[in-house]
Design a protein. Structure first.
Length: 496
């Protein structure tokens, strides 16, 4: 997600000594693909994903083409001998540009910003072309267009637009998977693995649910009330953030865009305290709400194994909506159970400074933008699903990947981009193995197969129990008037 705004994004080159082939992954081919692969957009995620796709998909390089909006990534594409076309896609030209490049049985991998995902999905669906992206994007300016209601320009609204296509085409069609990177994407599979582990430890059950209804019933039986997409990024770089500069360990445009969007979260059936500036939606699944303020201005308490408890930003993400929707249990028109789900993101420290500066500029982006990549010298991205409210308290399952491990595993990556690239690769390969499944959320696909493909790139992956709750040490250093009857209710927002 995000806005280009015509601003230059700087990137330092890899020092010569780091260009030697030190990567440790085997070149295991998971699938043989006969079609063409078109990558739209080639920023940090595209550059990080290409080595994995080439490593694990058997196909000729001359059947791959990159279509992107600027020269970023050209050297990386040339390194692998991949055709690189600079042609920014717009509402007016996307069909003319893409039509000659894709046909039935091909694959369009959309890793761009400011390109309308729904338009590309509609094009691909009509031509029998498989599709995957890491988030559902509007056209340039769509996230902040005040002529469109906040509900319609939210991630909820974007997802409902795509689901409406599925409702109109109930008979399947080419596999289309929107929002499949790390989060959204892998986070949905970690939720399922966490539920399986909890069922084993709490209920003594090892059977894996076989459909959506069984998964939702399991979550309800276990008593899971809240799912945090809990992430703490500790990567550090030199040179650090400069005044008037926005830095990040993944897409700058994407983070500025989603941080400026309305705060969104899946809304659980147990919640009793509706936020004073909360709003519902009058269409679609109604599994989520939004707040009338930017997500990056809202802090929430969360927990990861290495960091412990921390303040995260409640950034809008599609998984918050799809997870709450997927695990809903209904009886007729009544909702018996639905978990609350939201992102709780503590980016690297220099990105926190960048976001603080952005907020002080009334959410008008900085003139300079830079992706931390080769200049990172240490740190870990700790990303996982934190399930709370069950009999064992809290359970976090996810990935703890250091930048040093990431650089051994694949070129053109840091810890953050490799987690996303692993999710992209797992989703693309699963789609190629299942080419006629129609439009799917990440929650709808085989979590075990995707994790089998992605796990070698995820560092220390596993689960950790915790007795932490959002009320931990809340009366220090000043007493608070808190309702302690249910620590899992979503309340006590903090505005940044």
């Amino acid at each position: 997600m995000g806005m280009h705004c015509g601003l230059k994004i700087d990137r330092l080159r890899v020092p010569e000594k780091q260009q030697r082939p030190v990567y440790e992954m085997e070149n295991k081919k998971h699938v043989k693909f006969q079609g063409r692969l078109v990558l739209v957009g080639f920023g940090s995620v595209g550059q990080g994903s290409l080595p994995l796709l080439l490593r694990h998909i058997e196909m000729p390089k001359d059947r791959i083409v990159i279509v992107t909006g600027d020269e970023r990534g050209k050297a990386e594409a040339e390194h692998y001998g991949i055709k690189f076309v600079v042609k920014p896609l717009t509402r007016d030209n996307y069909r003319a540009v893409l039509d000659p490049l894709i046909d039935k049985g091909d694959f369009l991998l959309n890793l761009s910003v400011d390109v309308g995902s729904a338009a590309l999905i509609d094009l691909c669906y009509g031509k029998g072309v498989m599709y995957l992206d890491t988030c559902i994007e509007p056209w340039l300016g769509g996230y902040t267009d005040q002529s469109i209601s906040p509900s319609r320009r939210s991630n909820y609204g974007q997802r409902e637009e795509v689901l409406e296509m599925r409702r109109k085409r109930p008979q399947g069609g080419p596999t289309v998977i929107p929002t499949h990177g790390a989060n959204p994407g892998l986070i949905s599979h970690w939720v399922k693995q966490a539920l399986v582990n909890l069922a084993r430890d709490i209920l003594g059950k090892t059977d894996i649910p076989q459909n959506r209804a069984q998964w939702a019933q399991l979550a309800m039986t276990l008593g899971v009330k809240v799912v945090h997409c809990a992430e703490r990024d500790t990567q550090v770089a030199n040179p650090r953030k400069q005044h008037g500069e926005f830095v990040n360990t993944w897409s700058v445009d994407g983070f500025v865009g989603e941080g400026s969007q309305p705060c969104e979260l899946g809304w659980g059936s147990h919640e009793k305290h509706f936020p004073h500036d909360g709003r519902g939606h009058d269409y679609g699944c109604k599994a989520a709400i939004y707040l009338t303020r930017p997500g990056a201005s809202v802090k929430v308490r969360s927990w990861t194994p290495d960091e412990g408890h921390y303040h995260g930003l409640l950034i809008t993400h599609s998984e918050a909506i799809s997870v709450s929707d997927y695990y809903t249990v209904r009886e007729g028109d009544s909702i018996l159970y639905r978990p609350t789900c939201h992102y709780a993101y503590h980016p690297c420290d220099d990105t926190v400074l960048s976001m603080h500066e952005l907020a002080g500029r009334n959410w008008v982006g900085q003139e300079k933008r830079r992706i931390f990549m080769d200049e990172i010298y240490d740190g870990v991205d700790e990303l996982g699903a934190l399930l709370m409210g069950h009999a064992k308290g809290g359970y976090w399952y996810g990935s703890r990947l250091s930048v040093h491990e990431a650089r051994k595993l694949a070129p053109f990556n840091n810890a953050t981009s490799l987690q996303v690239a692993a999710g992209v690769t797992g989703g693309v390969i699963w789609a190629m193995e299942n080419p006629e499944r129609g439009i799917l959320d990440p929650d709808d696909i085989d979590f075990q197969r995707v994790l089998e493909i992605a796990s070698p790139y995820l560092g220390k992956q596993g689960g950790v129990y915790t007795d932490w709750t959002p009320l931990h040490e809340r009366n220090h250093p000043f007493p608070e008037d808190l309702d302690t009857s249910d620590p899992w209710q979503f309340k006590n927002f903090r505005v940044m």
